[in-house]
Design a protein around this ligand. Structure first.
Ligand SMILES: Nc1ncnc2c1ncn2[C@@H]1O[C@H](COP(=O)(O)OP(=O)(O)OP(=O)(O)O)[C@@H](O)[C@H]1O
Ligand SMILES: [Mg+2]
Length: 254
């Protein structure tokens, strides 16, 4: 039984499966995953390196069309090739903002691009608003990515995701490339944005402090499977049902 009522579901995966390679090289990287995110919820996804977290996020985001099973958004089944409204509503933020921003585009041009693509109005006003929302002054419009600090670059990447007024952010280790001092600022920003904009987060991280700071619920992946789900509260207390999870938590804290 799915504990989240239908009218409150944002993202839902049913028997999601993703494999790579052919013949005897074929490997199941995401294996029959069932997961539901309530609207406005922040869900953390943890698990060891290579267990399939990024692969799952990419399939959800519509960046990889080669999957089995079902992906639903706002209760509607999505086709592997998503429609344009989906790409506006569901935005991804990556670990390395350098890779997600065009090196030869000034901030304003990177922010205007998605607006043009989605036929949105009020470009100048939206750019100012979103820069302000992520804590950057208007002067940052005229910077190139290499003229920004790591934290400022991630703010621009978050602004780029937010400018389309999405309802879901898929965040793949959004703070792990940053200095510890900057990580907290970005986490606070993400937390504030979620409250103000009623966003749903699916956040991949290897940092348990990030999960407990930002998420209400946590899923633990192991070899492509969703091993178990816990409230952040139970995670904090180390109360997992699966012995693998308890070992993973103990190793992560050490
Ligand atoms: N396009 C691809 N082709 C073949 N194998 C892939 C591809 N993408 C990912 N993989 C493999 O799938 C497995 C899961 O990768 P994935 O990037 O999802 O792991 P992850 O859980 O995000 O790990 P990390 O915590 O290190 O980021 C890895 O073994 C990886 O090598
Ligand atoms: Mg990854």
């Amino acid at each position: 039984m799915n504990p989240i009522p239908g009218n409150e579901r944002s993202i839902e995966m049913v028997d999601l499966a993703i494999a790579f390679g052919r013949g005897n090289q074929r490997r199941q990287v995401v294996d029959q995953v069932n997961m539901t995110l309530a609207r406005g919820e922040s869900y953390g996804l943890i698990g060891e390196s290579g267990c399939g977290k990024s692969t799952l996020l990419r399939a959800l985001a519509g960046l990889n069309h080669d999957y089995r099973g079902h992906i639903l958004f706002n209760n509607r089944e999505q086709q592997p090739l998503r429609d344009k409204p989906f790409y506006r509503q569901v935005q991804m933020v990556f670990q390395d903002p350098y890779a997600s921003l065009h090196p030869r585009k000034m901030v304003w041009a990177s922010l205007r691009e998605p607006l043009k693509l989605h036929g949105m109005d009020r470009h100048e006003a939206r750019i100012s608003e979103v820069l302000h929302a992520v804590g950057l002054s208007d002067a940052f419009r005229y910077r190139y990515p290499h003229q920004l600090s790591g934290g400022q670059r991630q703010r621009v990447a978050i602004a780029r995701a937010l400018i389309l007024e999405p309802s879901v952010l898929l965040l793949d280790e959004p703070t792990s490339a940053l200095d510890v001092s900057v990580q907290a600022e970005i986490l606070n920003l993400l937390s504030r944005m979620r409250q103000q904009r009623n966003l749903t987060y699916l956040l991949v991280t290897h940092d348990l402090a990030v999960v407990t700071h930002l998420c209400e619920r946590v899923g633990i992946m192991h070899h492509g499977k969703l091993l178990e789900e816990l409230s952040a509260e139970r995670l904090r207390r180390g109360e997992a049902d699966e012995s693998y999870t308890r070992e993973f938590l103990a190793a992560s804290v050490a």
